[in-house]
Design a protein around this ligand. Structure first.
Ligand code: FAD
Length: 432
């Protein structure tokens, strides 16, 4: 009988916890991926670059498996139904997968475990996506951290490099299911089209890593790793990324720790999916003007750094971190639009969209999250541009009509907006 390895957001054959554990059991492994219709139906853009990326990665995996006489089984349909089918069609003793900590995934996996147990198949999940899970880094009182800096310090003191090395093993014709080459469904078969968006190239060079802190805030410089989308879909493992980070300056590892910080926040406080982490902020009276929201999404606000970021996002599926903070602050603080609107826009457009990081960062900018920047810190988009894009290089790339008559006038007076948001926030907190 086989162990079924269900790949989800860990699209790699190397350094994969579930595969490593399966190989130790002595059973042959059979690889499986499900295009879950419940997830796909939510994607409005039928040429979503993320689907294209997943599809390419699956094709590569299938080719590698074909080289050793094995195959990747791919099913398109509801996750639970497809899993049941696979169990009925193949001799499967166990299903192994890696933990996914998003609320949707947790609930799906609970149901999968039930289906498996009803068919006398073992269902087991492994830690793979993070160095430390939600219960591994806790305060002295046993409660989760809700502030980043002490979490980061505890994370660093608990981390022993030798305990988190990449897994090494070899897949070959004797430890994989020898099933003849299987064609995976095309993008068209699953209702999608090719995307013209190109993925960013990973940069983990020594030069980038050792200058990270000094250069990371300048959007015109290609000075960050571009790891986001690859970590999201797991084509690179967190263990590999951390080993690289250890060669760079402290700040780069700190960013990977931010990722885990927000993952444990979502896992420990799943209510943040819908609500502000700090309840008082649920009282904010948003303006939520739809026309203003549209100007923001189209990069037509008349604030060049905001417009550059929003246009970059539409064109590439990416946006520099500094600019993400500026556009998010502009939406929430200057336009008084609910952070959840911005969160949803990013979720649809970011290649590296990750629920925990996106939610955590939006709440951070809105000032309503854990470890909140105080709400009275309102980014000034003009000052931010002077500091981080002083010669307009980034702006001119994305807003070619900048400084011509074709460029819109600012849609709002920032000074007015600043006073307004402080009043509205204060009112919400006073009422609490
Ligand atoms: P690098 O600067 O090279 O950092 C390396 C890695 O560290 C990143 O790939 C990411 O995994 C992690 N990281 C860095 N900064 C953060 C952070 N602030 N929070 C969590 N993890 C971090 N990141 C996402 O991965 N998915 C999202 O959906 C997402 N949404 C965001 C929304 C807003 C409003 C803001 C302000 C930030 C968001 N971020 C998100 C965080 C950050 O902007 C991206 O991780 C980063 O820009 C990705 O580029 P990079 O891989 O070159 O990052």
């Amino acid at each position: 009988k086989y162990i079924l390895i269900w790949l989800r957001r860990d699209l790699r054959l190397h350094d994969n916890a579930a595969i490593n554990h399966a190989l130790q059991s002595g059973n042959q492994v059979l690889f499986y991926f499900n295009f879950d219709t419940e997830i796909l139906e939510q994607l409005e853009n039928k040429s979503d670059a993320r689907l294209n990326f997943i599809h390419n990665e699956l094709s590569k995996i299938n080719q590698k498996l074909a080289d050793i006489g094995s195959t990747l089984l791919v099913k398109h349909g509801p996750a639970l139904e497809c899993l049941s089918q696979i169990i009925n069609e193949h001799p499967i003793a166990k299903v192994y997968a890696n933990e996914d900590y998003e609320p949707f995934a947790i609930s799906r996996d609970q149901k999968c475990a039930e289906i498996c147990s009803s068919q006398a198949v073992e269902f087991q999940l492994f830690k793979d996506q993070v160095i430390f899970e939600k219960e591994e880094i806790l305060k002295k009182d046993g409660k989760p951290y809700t502030v980043y800096t002490p979490y980061m310090k505890k994370w660093r003191s608990a981390f022993q490099s030798s305990e988190h090395l990449p897994y090494s093993y070899e897949l070959n014709s004797s430890n994989t299911a020898q099933i003849s080459f299987n064609k995976i469904p095309s993008l068209k078969d699953i209702g999608f089209r090719e995307s013209s968006i190109l993925l960013p190239t990973i940069n983990l060079s020594e030069e980038m890593l050792s200058n990270y802190d000094a250069r990371r805030n300048f959007p015109a410089q290609n000075a960050t790793s571009n790891l986001g989308v690859y970590l999201r879909f797991g084509t690179i493992s967190i263990r590999e990324a951390v080993q690289k980070a250890l060669l760079g300056d402290d700040q780069f590892l700190n960013e990977l720790i931010w990722r885990e910080f927000f993952m444990q926040i979502l896992a420990n406080f799943p209510r943040v999916e819908r609500e502000c982490f700090k309840s008082a902020y649920n009282n904010i009276q948003w303006v939520n003007n739809e026309e203003e929201f549209e100007l923001w999404t189209n990069g037509q606000t008349g604030f060049p750094i905001v417009d550059a970021g929003m246009r970059e996002l539409k064109a590439t599926g990416n946006m520099h971190n500094r600019v993400r903070m500026i556009v998010a602050s502009f939406l929430v603080k200057d336009l008084l639009i609910d952070w959840r609107w911005g969160e949803a826009w990013f979720a649809n457009h970011l290649l590296d969209y990750d629920q925990a990081a996106n939610n955590g960062n939006w709440q951070w900018v809105a000032g309503c999250g854990c470890d909140a920047a105080p709400y009275f810190r309102v980014f000034n988009p003009i000052e931010q541009q002077k500091k981080f894009d002083p010669d307009f290089t980034y702006i001119k790339k994305w807003v070619p009509e900048f400084e011509t008559d074709a460029y819109p006038k600012p849609m709002i007076d920032h000074k007015f907006a600043r006073i307004r948001v402080l009043e509205v926030y204060k009112k919400a907190l006073d009422r609490f």
